[in-house]
Design a protein around this ligand. Sequence first.
Ligand code: ADP
Length: 161
Amino acid sequence: MPDIAVYPGSFDPITNGHLDLIQRALKIFDRIIVAVATNAFKKSLFSIEERMEMCRVSLADYPTVSVDTFDGLLVKYATGQKARAILRGLRAVTDFEYEFQLAMMNRRLEPEIETVFLMTGLRWVFLSSSILKEAAVHGGDIAGMVPEIVFRKLREKFGLK
Ligand code: ADP
């Protein structure tokens, strides 16, 4: 049985921080499913189709990484995919509280699935999708923080040349 991890998130949009985490996780897991959340409660800049497309293009070189979407209960989705683990990233201490609650809730709902945390690469410790959007909307130079397709899509979205 291959070791499969589900990496859930909004990916609004995917950044080099997410990619760094996936590259690390590939040393541990045979397959990774990037599971883009439809997000009933969170407003996203990009549609689910746009977010998935950016993930797919950015991860095209990784044959053992697939991109999917899910709604409803994450642990149910992960079980359906025969995943052994949920993968999450930690940047600073501020991530801890929320990630801790989420992991505990998921364990309570499905004790068979473990949450695995990996530390971000130091270069990306400051990088979040929301900070990135904030910088991009004001014309900040975000090259080098995101894959090429995301760079283009953000500039398109905000009407920048
Ligand atoms: P969510 O809305 O579920 O927090 P995100 O797309 O923002 O979704 O993040 C998905 C996961 O990726 C989270 O575990 C988050 O901590 C992690 N992550 C986001 N940015 C980085 C980064 N720069 N380095 C490492 N992990 C990150």
